[in-house]
Design a protein around this ligand. Structure first.
Ligand code: ZN
Length: 298
């Protein structure tokens, strides 16, 4: 198990998959400047970059947070059996994700809160699972939190969205609607306190309604930032947006703000897609920041 301790909380990484992206590095990060990128080869190869195929390597994982008797799952990866022909990496997966959750000591019915940082296909997949041909909530006792702005952005019943973008509608239909139908969805407004140690805050740009989770306990701090940042080279180069950042200028501003805040507070940064060891602390340096990888302590 890969577990980090933050005050009285433990944070365990539940892996779905790690691997090369579907596209080359300069397409994944369209602002990438090759000569600046190549300065980082020594630490990126082989864990964070495959030079033979020119692919950045990313992970897809959930963060299992246990704090004060609560069990929270942050982001739910891409899920099993989902039809995603336009996303080859996540199409019709069969991964032992729930077995890995079980190995971490947690059954689906023990999850109290699911927090989706945003509603992209690789963050909502395990919201549901297939049961007798129907999509049902995977975590029957959980409240599923996500932002109202995000819901309004993705709801396929608005205007002609369903006809215009059937792929987007499909993700909402199989991974969001069943949770709403079961009465388990809780739409959160701008800032939301789960309790005094766990605050959900807006982190727009990658999507308009993306949120992050700020955790503080016993003088320690962590920021679970979803897709504010996708790859550790962006800590050095925060202006290199990722290709699906929907509002590029906002995404850059949010990334800088979050990195600045981690550099100020010493909080560990837990993104959803960094390869091993998946977590960094941040200091200021150069034109941007410098990451220091933080290995799990259990
Ligand atoms: Zn993502």
């Amino acid at each position: 198990m890969q577990t980090w301790t933050i005050g009285g909380a433990t944070v365990t990484r539940i892996e779905e998959q790690v691997g090369p992206n579907d596209v080359v590095a300069g397409e994944f990060l369209p602002g990438l400047v090759r000569e600046r990128f190549e300065k980082h080869l020594s630490w990126m190869v082989p864990v964070h970059y495959n030079p033979a195929r020119d692919r950045l390597i990313t992970s897809n994982h959930s963060w299992l947070i246990r704090i004060g008797g609560r069990t929270i799952l942050l982001d739910t990866c891409a899920g099993n059996h989902k039809e995603r022909p336009w996303l080859p990496r996540f199409h019709r997966q069969e991964t032992p994700f729930l077995e890995r959750l079980h190995a971490a000591g947690v059954l689906p019915e023990q999850i109290d809160i699911v927090l989706c940082t945003h509603l992209h296909a690789d963050h909502v997949g395990w919201n549901t699972r297939l049961e007798n041909g129907r999509w049902v909530p995977t975590f029957p006792n959980a409240r599923y939190l996500y932002s109202r702005i995000e819901d309004e952005h993705w709801n396929p019943e608005v205007g002609d969205r369903r006809a215009r973008n059937p792929a987007r509608a499909r993700v909402y239909d199989d991974s969001v609607s069943p949770v709403i139908a079961a009465g388990q969805a809780v739409l959160i407004e701008t800032e939301h306190a789960i309790d005094d140690r766990l605050i959900v805050k807006p982190a727009p740009g990658h999507t308009p309604g993306q949120v992050l989770l700020d955790m503080r306990d016993g003088g320690d701090a962590a920021v679970f930032c979803g897709d504010v940042i996708h790859h550790p080279v962006q800590v050095y180069e925060p202006s290199w947006n990722m290709r699906s950042d929907e509002q590029p200028a906002v995404a850059y501003a949010t990334r800088r703000r979050v990195l600045e805040s981690c550099a100020m507070s010493g909080a560990l940064l837990f993104p959803t897609h960094f390869a091993a060891p998946h977590v960094v602390s941040v200091t200021r340096g150069g034109d941007g920041f410098v990451p220091k990888f933080a290995s799990p302590n259990q």
